[in-house]
Design a protein around this ligand. Sequence first.
Ligand code: ADP
Length: 574
Amino acid sequence: MANLNLIDVCKVYKGNVKAVKDFNLEIRDGEFLVFVGPSGCGKSTTLRMIAGLEDITSGKIYIEDKLINHLEPKDRDIAMVFQNYALYPHMSVFENLAYSLKCHRVDKVTIKQKVEEVAEILDIKEYLLRKPKELSGGQRQRVALGRCLIRNPKVFLFDEPLSNLDAKLRVTMRSEISKLHKKVNGTFIYVTHDQTEAMTMGDRIVVMKDGLIQQVDTPVNLYEHPVNIFVATFLGSPQMNIFQGHLLEDKVILHDTLSLQLSEKIRNKLISGYENQEIYLGIRPNDFSLGNAKDYDIHVKVDLIEKLGSETLLYFQMPGREESTVASIHINITDDLSEDVYLKIDKEKLHLFNRDEESILKINEINFIKTKISLDKEDAILNHQFRYQNFVNQCVDENIPAEFHGYMALPSQDFSLVKQSEDDIELEVEIRAFDAYSDKKVYYSKLFNEEESRITFFSKRNENLTKGDQVKIYFPSKKLSIYDASMLKITINDPIFKPIQVISLTTIGKEYYILDSNKDFCKNKYFKIEKIFDLNTEMIVNVKNQKDENYSFRIDKNPDLYVGLLLYTKHLKR
Ligand code: ADP
């Protein structure tokens, strides 16, 4: 088992074919990761670079902390299963399985024991004496898997291993490989162009297009929260319907004829600046359902009905889209449907994209609450209510007015429904909407008795709060930061870090550098970034200066606060 790290990996083939561009990914120990995307998007090339079968044009690949760019494939502790099995035709199954151990001069008794162990796991014990040509496709594929297993590698790579099998066998092998992953608990990286394989097998999926990663996430999150139209339409069958439209106040309007009210959840997630703009609307086929003449969103004439058994597909015209729109509804297969159909649309599930085809729905990562800040010796009193201890010492600027207006910044991920400490800030909120992600629930709430203040908070727990519930939520005061009226961060939570200057991250050649502006600490110096720890709302960046000295920086990630990008370093006494 091992984790892998790919940093700025690029592959350019002869003829300037840019197959993989700036590939950055951390693959976790024991994870089942799937690369998916249309043919030619660079999946196999990435896999082959990891295996060492293809040179890396630029970038770095680490297994654990070891750079493997220049290691021979055989020294990488990686095993790869190909779609054409790559078995030796003249050898028996036993010999095929034993081959790599023999090459490593493992003794005969151990070889026999290991072959039998692997044959047992893969259920091929009775074929050990047969040649590959005497096996079915599925059995050959199992032998190919067995050859990987027997070496007990750190990482297993699969390059479309099921594409030569018929549909039924593919389904069986799919679940066998998933079971195998649970059994051996290794790191699996699996390439496929088949979205069903990706959705059913992967812990996480990397969606690629034209050599670029589009999105990396769990199957559920990719399906429910795609970051762009490519991901939205690549996953899910039938495909998501995409419409041209525009936003008008709290509605989306298609072709001036159909108006859909945005739900409270969608309004909470809508990135500001898109009000009254041209957009694309996405509706998945299964987010339509049958309505009736009194309760419906759209009344359509159906051109075609396809009864598939468990679902029924309706094809019809809708404003904002030239092609047919498809709805997938659940009705009894024996029921007849007239051409005239009233449909409802699940408005909690609408997807909105800008004209660059990127999603304009985003969870609010930091809540800003307007706050009056009054100094009280070293502390500050916020809104006459909360004490912020040691405020003065945590301020970036030494000249703090005795009283001013600013904002409390409360990251959504730091809330809890349970009081953790006496210092916690307690807020009473009313739940307005919620959203499920595979790793958390997101609640959109408003401060009780205050119409204006909205709070988004995450919860990992399995509670089921619903709209209208009033709850107390708690925020650890040590995670609180204060911003001034122009939205510049003026406090830092960790007193050993001091901000030094607004900086910019600049790419020079292949490496990233932090280019300093004018403070003494890094005047006229370049810092080479060694490692970036991407946290939810900030990045911790380890850098080396020209003298090979190490420093750590924190960078605020909130894109809305780009002007407030601060670079922190351990305070240096000058
Ligand atoms: P995928 O596995 O997603 O189908 P590949 O990684 O095989 O895609 O290919 C990515 C791109 O690189 C494609 O445009 C392909 O034509 C090109 N390519 C792959 N192998 C080579 C090669 N040996 N020489 C030149 N171009 C290649």
